[in-house]
Ligand binder design. Structure first.
Ligand SMILES: CC(C)(COP(=O)(O)OP(=O)(O)OC[C@H]1O[C@@H](n2cnc3c(N)ncnc32)[C@H](O)[C@@H]1OP(=O)(O)O)[C@@H](O)C(=O)NCCC(=O)NCCS
Length: 176
């Protein structure tokens, strides 16, 4: 479902208390660390989805790199060099419990994919990576993400699963 949320960067004076996506670690990050990571430490940028002036979701992104060996697509892997490859990391994603199932999560993700295309054009980017919580693996898989190679065997079912969506797939899904 397409959502009517406005998506914009977090602002210093946004009220982040009262947000709850049902995962205490994500809620704590959003309330206490998203601001300092963005405005003081410059580690990442958080984008918020706003409906009727209320923040109903957030996505935090940062530039990162992966090794060629972990790229899931064998054909793509062959074409890539063996030094670290630039990616956009979706570090955190959460939608308030009261706004679930309204397309807010997929809207935020779409925004992140557009950022990845901008990174591709300005800085280089071979795809988006995320560490998917087990309960969200199906959500990401439904959007085309695949497990990074070489991680599934060693990953406990309770641990986050590193997942990847290639830039060509993103460009295909979001034509200019
Ligand atoms: C996962 C999450 C971000 C999804 O947000 P949402 O706004 O409810 O999702 P959307 O309404 O955009 O759903 C998009 C599609 O994904 C599906 N979906 C949503 N959550 C899903 C899940 N956990 N597993 C499988 N599919 C899911 C929806 O049914 C919908 O499918 P459709 O397009 O066929 O109708 C949200 O449930 C959440 O914040 N979960 C807790 C935190 C979390 O797990 N974050 C990810 C951490 S890595």
């Amino acid at each position: 479902m397409a959502s009517a949320a406005e998506i914009r960067p977090l602002a210093r004076d946004d009220d982040r208390s009262g947000f709850s996506c049902g995962h205490a670690d994500l809620d704590r990050f959003f309330e206490h660390y998203a601001g300092q990571n963005q405005f003081k430490l410059h580690l990442a940028v958080t984008y918020v989805a706003v409906v009727a002036k209320r923040i109903v979701g957030f996505a935090t992104v940062a530039p990162s790199a992966i090794e060629r060996a972990s790229v899931p697509n064998a054909r793509l892997r062959k074409r890539l060099p063996s030094y670290p490859l630039p990616v956009l990391r979706l570090a955190r994603l959460g939608v308030d419990l009261r706004a679930r199932g309204l397309g807010i999560g997929s809207g935020l993700l779409r925004h992140v994919l557009v950022l990845a295309l901008e990174q591709r054009d300005r800085l280089g980017c071979v795809g988006v990576v995320t560490d998917a919580k087990p309960s969200a693996v199906a959500f990401y898989a439904g959007l085309g993400f695949e497990a990074l190679d070489g991680v599934r065997e060693g990953t406990l079912t309770s641990e986050p699963l590193p997942m990847f969506l290639g830039i060509e797939t993103i460009a295909h899904a979001l034509p200019p």
